[in-house]
Design a protein around this ligand. Structure first.
Ligand SMILES: NC(=O)C1=CN([C@@H]2O[C@H](COP(=O)(O)OP(=O)(O)OC[C@H]3O[C@@H](n4cnc5c(N)ncnc54)[C@H](O)[C@@H]3O)[C@@H](O)[C@H]2O)C=CC1
Ligand SMILES: N[C@@H](CC=O)C(=O)O
Ligand code: NA
Length: 436
């Protein structure tokens, strides 16, 4: 049987599990790919740590260039994270004729277009199934299984760390800080966990999903991104009483006949009976609406060493199975983008949850309703939860019907200037996955 030689760069949460699972599944993978897939070299930061993990000394190096320059290697797997060094590694590897596998969504979000185009000019493939939704074969589904479709929507939960934190906060089991600490211990969080909780990691994944579905790479700065750091347990509780749960969603929608794509990441209220509401812990789930297939749901483990390693190994098997391809059919648009662009957030239409802190006196609700009414924004329900002390004002929660974001924000600004208001309005979008 022929061999397929791989160089692995990075032996952390994911890299170690790739190495381990490749050894334990060696025969199975050989049967499935028709090649002996073998890791011949591993670049690490600490040789001592790698030896303790059971890696034989002969294959270790601390210099990734040894891997990129090794003529005996067919492919490299980049699993170190970050942007600048991985960019150098991957561009060098492609230029040296190697195929590439990476799980690095941050790198792809910022440099996907250049990397895809470089891979195309060197007639080499770059595969990155692990970069979005961990072990779920989501990118393969978009590129292969659903290849016949035009996509109307791709939306869901794509960050395991945030989903884990929100699940624990909703169940009242852990505080934000404790849940984040645990997500780090479990290997879900990024080395810099602010990428997770700020929503940036989800935005990076949304950029990749957008590229594969709509054949254009949006600029990361154009993706409206808001994280979960300031989600108040009070809002989780009030939303729960109204029949909603909080989820950090990446939402990508393309309205028919429009050249603009809605692409945004933010904490969102979902009805408790929506299928995504029951996705808990480190699970991810993404709904894809294709024009032929209709709705599809992809669900599974979105992070962690083993689920992510499963996706990396799947990419390696694909490379080993089909060697010497002249181009990467998964990135067939590498040199030619569509003319789509990102829809400004002010133009989106959504329902909203608005929490105000007001002085409890007659006429308050009427004044707020008047401002909303002038902007043609309808109220769907109003709740004033009872509180024990009135000295700091009382909460007033207003759910509104579909409204254009810019009109709703204008109304909120006017409301914030009312004399009986204490503090800034708290606003969350409410999603029902409607696409015209
Ligand atoms: N942990 C997860 O569940 C998932 C991670 N990813 C992505 O996979 C990549 C790796 O993630 P993790 O394994 O969790 O990170 P990690 O921080 O556990 O591992 C990275 C490893 O790379 C090593 N490293 C850093 N610079 C190096 C260099 N120049 N040469 C050799 N080794 C170097 C570090 O010492 C560390 O052991 C990241 O891009 C991450 O975003 C993607 C999906 C899921
Ligand atoms: N930090 C990420 C890891 C997978 O992409 C997450 O929590 O989802
Ligand atoms: Na995946």
């Amino acid at each position: 049987m022929k061999s397929f030689h791989v160089g692995l760069i990075g032996l952390g949460n994911v890299g170690y599990r790739v190495w381990h699972n490749l050894l334990t599944h060696r025969e199975l993978l050989a049967k499935k790919s028709g090649k002996e897939i073998e890791i011949k070299k591993i670049a690490v930061r600490s040789v001592e740590k790698a030896l303790k993990q059971g890696v034989p000394p002969g294959i270790l190096t601390t210099d990734w260039k040894e891997i990129v320059n090794d003529p005996d290697l067919d492919a490299i797997v980049e699993l170190i994270g970050g942007i600048d060094v991985p960019y150098e590694i991957i561009t060098e590897a492609l230029k040296k004729g190697k195929e590439v596998v990476t799980a690095n969504k941050a790198l792809l979000a910022f440099h996907g277009q250049q990397i895809a185009s470089l891979a195309s000019s060197y007639k080499r493939r770059i595969l990155f199934e692990a970069s979005v939704a961990g072990g779920i074969p989501l990118l393969q589904a978009i590129q292969d299984g659903l290849v016949a479709n035009r996509f109307l929507m791709i939306s869901g939960i794509v960050n395991a760390t945030c989903n884990y934190i929100l699940t624990e906060m909703t169940n009242g089991r852990m505080s934000y800080a404790d849940a984040l600490k645990k997500a780090k211990e479990l290997g879900y969080a990024e080395a810099d966990e602010t990428l997770d909780v700020s929503g940036e990691d989800s935005a990076h994944k949304a950029a990749i999903l957008c590229a594969l579905s709509y054949r254009f790479w949006p600029k990361v700065e154009e993706i409206y991104t808001s994280g979960i750091q300031s989600v108040d347990p009070f809002d989780i509780q009030y939303a729960g009483e109204l029949g909603y749960v909080f989820k950090l969603l990446a939402i990508i929608k393309k309205h028919q006949d429009s050249k603009e794509v809605e692409i945004r990441v933010h904490p969102t209220l979902l009805r408790k009976d929506h299928i995504l509401s029951s996705v808990s812990g480190s699970f991810n789930a993404v709904i894809i609406k294709g024009d032929i297939v209709g709705d599809q749901l992809f669900y599974g483990r979105g992070a962690g060493g083993d689920p992510t390693a499963s996706a990396v190994l799947s990419d390696l098997v694909e490379l080993a199975r089909y060697p010497h391809m002249e181009y990467n059919p998964r990135l067939f648009f590498a040199d030619e983008q569509t003319e789509y662009k990102v829809m400004p957030i002010s133009e989106i239409i959504s329902r909203y949850y608005l929490r105000l802190n007001v002085v409890d006196k007659p006429g308050v609700l009427a004044a707020i309703a008047e401002i909303l009414g002038k902007k043609n924004i309808g109220i769907s329900s109003v709740v004033q939860p009872e509180v024990s002390s009135f000295s700091q004002g009382v909460p007033l929660i207003i759910m509104v019907h579909d409204a254009k974001e810019k009109y709703f924000k204008e109304a909120c600004f006017e409301i914030s200037r009312l004399p009986f208001l204490k503090g800034e309005p708290i606003v969350y979008r409410v999603e029902d996955f409607h696409v015209q």
